[in-house]
Ligand binder design. Structure first.
Ligand code: GLN
Length: 185
């Protein structure tokens, strides 16, 4: 069963994408929702500071980190990518810290806060990318991290083992190919 972290942010849009693909899912709103039938996880866009705080307060951080470390496939978008990162450029403490990258928050500044472009994401050709106050990957911290996209000289999509991290929002487009990529992991 796919679980979507639903304490804050753009979880409905991910659920709609899964519905279109005919895939069952559940929302994670508190610790009791983290049941043994969960074998895939989506970490959504929104505000990583708020998500971090709620994960701690609701005591969800450790069980979800354990799920990721056991190898459950993860799709992380935007704030979700920040949650996965092993290092945050601003010096903030990592949240899950399971993905060996350094991530820079709100990397595009105010003017370029939100923009769209069309690029290849690994094998997925011409994907519509939407960035909203997005982070970017400052650097990869392991040779095992596969870079799937570089836009304007900045890494925006990575794959490491079963973790897929995107700085942009595939759930805000009609294109389901990156959700399919996640479901095939
Ligand atoms: N700027 C947000 C953060 O730092 C991420 C933006 C997003 O998820 N759209 O958490």
């Amino acid at each position: 069963m796919v679980a979507i972290l639903a304490v804050q942010g753009a979880f409905i849009e991910h659920a709609q994408a899964l519905e279109k693909l005919g895939v069952e899912y559940k929302y994670l709103r508190n610790k009791a929702d983290i049941t043994p039938d969960i074998d895939r996880l989506i970490l959504v866009g929104g505000e990583s500071t708020t998500q971090r705080k709620l994960l701690k307060e609701l005591d969800m951080l450790e069980p979800l980190k354990a799920l990721i470390e056991r190898g459950a496939p993860v799709l992380a978008t935007c704030a979700g990518l920040i949650l996965l990162a092993e290092k945050i450029t601003s010096g903030e403490e990592p949240v899950f810290g399971t993905l060996p990258i350094e991530v820079c928050r709100n990397a595009y500044g105010r003017q370029l806060g939100s923009f769209s472009t069309v690029q290849d994401i690994g094998e997925v050709k011409a994907f519509p990318m939407r960035f909203i106050r997005a982070p970017f990957v400052e650097k990869v911290l392991s040779d095992e991290v596969e870079v799937l996209n570089v836009t304007d000289g900045r890494i925006t999509a990575v794959k490491y083992k079963n973790q897929l991290g995107f700085a942009f929002h595939p759930e805000l487009t009609e294109d389901l190919r990156l959700h399919q990529m996640f479901l095939e992991l």
